[in-house]
Design a binder for this molecule. Structure first.
Ligand SMILES: C[S@@+](CC[C@H](N)C(=O)[O-])C[C@H]1O[C@@H](n2cnc3c(N)ncnc32)[C@H](O)[C@@H]1O
Length: 246
């Protein structure tokens, strides 16, 4: 059951503030593009599109069409406003990644920070199934989510723009109490599942060729901030990529 008002309705524009400032977002962007591969001519479904950070990026990188879907009306409103201000051809709709249905035929379905909003293994499976149903045969699913191995107690993730301040176990997963390190901070809870739970959800949905991909900064990010800055990111990253094929 979803809360009556999605958490991100209260975040909206502050997410843009985070996305434009956080170094996590820069390294994540590099990692997502590596996982997505050549986007030329691709039809992309961008789940949990938020304010359209990746929706726009995929179009800039050559995708033919990108449909962004997000649970939060406010996030979609901001994404549409950005599209109206700087048209690039992105389409958006409000929708729940857990109850997606078939929206079209896509070569690539992305879910950057979606799976960590599932509140049970059942919801995780439903999200994976929704992605699978929207892919052409041979199409790929690229997700980025909370790293099952992430240890918030030793993490220096504050400096990358996000932190986990505590965790509580809940049913079949762990709730991570997080914050975007803005001034003032923006609180957001995310959920951590195990590697096995992710893989079971994807396999049950019909995916094969499941691969885990560690996030890494680009050479430009390393040149800008120095290798030492990224040491914690490489050793104990809050996020991790998953690639799977229909
Ligand atoms: C951290 S933001 C990520 C936005 C974008 N993918 C990015 O990386 O910039 C997470 C987004 O997931 C959305 N979200 C959470 N649960 C969802 C669900 N069940 N279906 C669709 N979107 C959801 C939130 O509304 C929010 O916009």
């Amino acid at each position: 059951m979803k809360p009556t008002e999605p958490a991100y309705d209260a975040i909206g524009d502050r997410y843009e503030e985070y996305a434009s400032a956080a170094t996590l977002k820069q390294a994540e962007r590099h990692s997502i593009l590596q996982m997505a591969g050549d986007l030329t001519g691709a039809r992309v479904l961008d789940l949990a599109c938020g304010t359209g950070f990746y929706t726009r990026l995929f179009l800039e990188k050559g995708a033919t069409s990108v449909l962004g879907v997000d649970l939060s009306e406010e996030m979609v409103r901001v994404a549409r406003r950005i599209e109206a201000d700087r048209p690039i051809g992105a389409s958006y709709r409000v929708g729940d990644g857990e109850h997606l249905g078939r929206l079209g035929a896509f070569d690539l379905v992305t879910a950057v920070w979606l799976l960590n909003y599932a509140e049970s293994c059942e919801q995780l499976r439903a999200m994976a199934r929704g992605a699978w149903e929207n892919l052409e045969s041979g199409g790929r699913f690229v997700a980025f989510t909370i790293n099952p191995a992430f240890d918030y107690r030793t993490s220096e993730s504050d400096k990358y723009g996000v932190r986990i301040v505590g965790e509580s176990p809940e049913d079949d997963h762990v709730v991570c109490h997080g914050e975007f390190t803005l001034d003032p901070p923006v609180a957001v809870d995310v959920r951590r599942f195990t590697t096995q739970q992710y893989e079971a959800a994807l396999t049950d949905a019909g995916f094969s060729g499941i691969e885990w991909r560690a996030a890494s900064p680009s050479s430009d990010d390393v040149a800008t901030h120095g290798a030492a800055y990224w040491a914690d990111f490489r050793e104990n990253c809050i996020g991790i990529g998953i690639v799977a094929t229909r």
